[in-house]
Design a protein around this ligand. Structure first.
Ligand SMILES: [Zn+2]
Length: 340
């Protein structure tokens, strides 16, 4: 069984973007705009078509079984509008993910986005997480460490601001992928420096603060191979020794996915990071959609790299399946139903 812990609905039917465009236009014209949730005009057939030609097709071709599926990350755009903007948008996006998982329960399991909003209390994110997990069977969430979209003016992840969300995640037994959204700061390119910088930043905030000790059941997945963390493992470990920070305890809480798009990157990841802390992921269909001319393979077909990097069959099974089951305890995989 091969579980891909990192997939987004990047190929949504046009009705989704149309709803969002209208919402963004309204809140641009009037920053205090509340509006109504309304409805998103998308049929089941449109959902099927959008997946059969993309994620499902690639899943089958590449030999993965189940994708933990969340709304398109760059579209979360928590910096747009006000608290109501993100609330309605997140609800629609999560309900769409639920529909996908109802149509393809063997292929996808639901992971939600949260209605974070700069300057707003975390309460609405806690409420949406609870709704998604307890009413709609979601097994995980994406948490944006920088809802300002690249300005980084909000509280760091160790700040007590976030504590109610960490508490709720522990209570519900769901992990978070720490995943930023679009950058509105032209210094940072969204899927390049902003994503990888945020991955590195989240790890550093956890390391320097030691705050995760207060949340024994808290689990994070740091995506995109952990940003710069595995490559600079010795820097972080050495800094921790100099500063008296506890490096090792982070491995009880933090996991890295395999969304690294070349063989030597994956070789380094599995060489440096303990095998129990690595989850298979590809993030398709995502930031890099082409074929590497040097290998003839899709850059984001990360299963090829993992197969080549890990020769021990038990270790490979850990990365492909067992670690994901441990990190996502609500993921119940049985003969015909994947979602608890
Ligand atoms: Zn992603």
């Amino acid at each position: 069984m091969i579980i891909d812990c990192h997939g987004h609905y990047t190929t949504t039917p046009p009705g989704v973007g149309a709803w969002r465009d209208a919402q963004v236009a309204a809140v641009t014209a009037n920053p205090g705009h509340v509006g109504e949730k309304g409805s998103v005009d998308v049929t089941d057939d449109e959902i099927r078509e959008s997946l059969e030609t993309a994620q499902l097709k690639l899943q089958r071709e590449r030999g993965a079984d189940l994708t933990l599926f969340s709304p398109r990350a760059s579209w979360m755009a928590h910096h747009i509008g006000n608290e109501h903007t993100s609330r309605f948008w997140s609800q629609h996006q999560n309900e769409l993910i639920r529909r996908v998982c109802d149509l393809y329960p063997d292929n996808f399991a639901p992971v939600c986005q949260l209605p974070q909003s700069p300057g707003a209390p975390i309460d609405s994110s806690v409420a949406e997480l609870e709704r998604c997990v307890t009413e709609m069977g979601f097994v995980g969430c994406n948490v944006n460490p920088d809802p300002t979209g690249g300005m980084w003016t909000g509280p760091p992840l160790w700040d007590r601001y976030w504590a109610p969300l960490w508490d709720k995640m522990c209570e519900l037994a769901v992990p978070a992928m720490i995943h930023v959204s679009a950058s509105c700061n032209e210094n940072f390119f969204t899927t390049g420096s902003h994503y990888l910088g945020a991955d590195t930043t989240a790890f550093m905030q956890a390391l320097s603060s030691g705050f995760m000790k207060d949340f024994p059941e808290l689990r994070w997945i740091i995506p995109h191979g952990g940003g710069a963390v595995p490559y600079h493992w010795g820097r972080f470990k050495g800094m921790a020794e100099d500063k008296g920070w506890d490096f090792d305890h982070l491995l009880d809480h933090i996991y890295f996915d395999t969304c690294v798009y070349h063989q030597r990157g994956i070789d380094l990841l599995v060489d440096v990071v303990p095998i129990d802390n690595i989850l298979f992921g590809s993030e398709m269909v995502g930031a890099v959609r082409g074929i590497d001319p040097d290998t003839g393979n899709y850059y984001d077909d990360t299963k090829i790299y993992v197969d080549a990097a890990i020769t021990d069959t038990t270790d490979r099974r850990r990365v492909f399946e067992l670690n994901a089951r441990r990190v996502f305890p609500r993921l119940i995989v049985s003969e015909d139903v994947h979602v608890g």
